[in-house]
Design a protein around this ligand. Structure first.
Ligand SMILES: Nc1ncnc2c1ncn2[C@@H]1O[C@H](COP(=O)(O)OP(=O)(O)OP(=O)(O)O)[C@@H](O)[C@H]1O
Ligand SMILES: [Mg+2]
Length: 347
């Protein structure tokens, strides 16, 4: 069973000797189970100081520990980066040891899980929100004055100018409202993630006259959990609209909606018992390489008519739910993944 999961699982006895390593773990550490059975954990990697420190810390404290982005140097000299969850166990013969879960992070652009980046993005979001407020206040005055002026103008033709002022002021107000984003508190209610995905699927199908192909791959066992329905719909919609806009035509656009439950998963620095994972995968051209590291930042866009706010808003919504939004993109496959904790709530 352990061999069929994609997370590397390493079991160590109380002396930190290997008693089992599943297939994913063997692939990750570039070894075979036969080669490492009975070996001390320090012998699995070069420069094992940090690795050993984590293991002995859990062994001594008896408390599970999650560490993100640990660097391990394999015996071949290759360096890999992994998220590690170490859980102590004691079996029926009161033999104690450690279960170590290893997840490679090299392949993923774990943009939104990078705490520093997230912090920087929150700061720029706050700055933009402040600016947006400053623009919004005088805008109402400009619009009102243009309306008054229109009434006083002696010549009907001149009102074309006031109409332009009013129309542009309205356009700016709409932009500013989007910049301000969903400012209100979350309105939590028990919700089913599939109901949300289906709702957005229907919207997208209606918008495109059913020309996109949307493949559903749902895990029906996912329980309901508290969330803000309207905001989560907004987040999913922003991600799916991007997929649609990136495609050459709706007909060629194929989107996969996948839901899964994930146990013992770390979001940010917090380890959750149960997390809802949703992947939204499209077959479009991919995110332009120069944007890949900044797609979640506000006002970053690759489209001539884009405002660059869709993903920033989506990330903000997922983040307020205590979750994380990630992206991994190459031509032909762009994947947005969000994780929502189902066991506790930050809201
Ligand atoms: N699925 C995708 N495939 C290809 N590129 C994408 C995809 N999703 C996002 N992008 C790129 O990331 C950019 C930022 O997306 P974001 O939704 O934040 O802003 P936008 O779509 O440009 O504008 P807005 O959503 O505010 O109307 C997009 O302009 C696009 O270049
Ligand atoms: Mg968008």
């Amino acid at each position: 069973m352990l061999d069929s999961i994609s997370t590397g699982v390493l079991a160590l006895d109380g002396d930190l000797r290997v008693i089992a390593l599943n297939a994913a773990g063997q692939a990750l550490l570039e070894t075979s189970e036969a080669r490492c059975l009975g070996l001390h954990a320090a012998k699995l990697v070069l420069h094992p100081a940090e690795w050993l420190e984590h293991l002995t810390h859990v062994l001594n404290s008896g408390n599970p520990h999650a560490s993100r982005g640990i660097s391990l140097v394999l015996l071949s000299g290759q360096e890999i980066h992994v998220d590690v969850i170490i859980t102590p166990y004691a079996d029926s013969d009161s033999e104690s040891g450690l279960l170590v879960e290893l997840m490679a992070i090299d392949r993923l652009l774990r943009i939104s899980r990078d705490e520093n980046l997230l912090h920087a993005q929150e700061t720029s979001r706050a700055l933009i929100r402040g600016l947006a407020h400053e623009i919004k206040n005088p805008l109402g005055g400009v619009r009102g004055a243009a309306q008054l002026l229109a009434r006083e103008l002696p010549n009907e033709e001149l009102t074309e100018y006031t109409r332009i002022i009013i129309r542009e002021a309205d356009r700016l107000r709409d932009l500013v409202d989007r910049l301000l984003g969903p400012n209100r508190q979350l309105e939590l209610q028990p919700l089913n993630i599939h109901e949300i995905l289906e709702h957005v699927r229907n919207l997208i199908c209606a918008e495109t006259d059913n020309r996109v192909t949307i493949i559903r791959d749902y895990d029906p066992s996912l329980p309901d959990f508290p969330g803000d329905r309207a905001q989560l719909i907004q987040a999913v919609l922003n991600i799916m609209r991007n997929a649609l806009q990136a495609a050459a035509s709706p007909k060629e656009c194929e989107i996969i909606l996948r839901s899964r439950s994930q146990r013992q998963f770390t979001v940010g620095t917090q380890l959750h018992r149960l997390v809802c994972r949703v992947d939204i995968i499209d077959n479009g051209p991919g995110i332009p390489p120069e944007l890949q590291s900044s797609v979640f930042a506000p006002m970053v866009t690759g489209r001539a008519d884009g405002t660059g706010l869709g993903l920033s808003i989506a990330q903000s919504i997922i983040h307020h739910h205590g979750g994380a939004l990630e992206c991994d993109s190459c031509p032909g496959e762009t994947r947005f993944t969000f994780y929502l904790p189902m066991d506790n709530h930050h809201a």
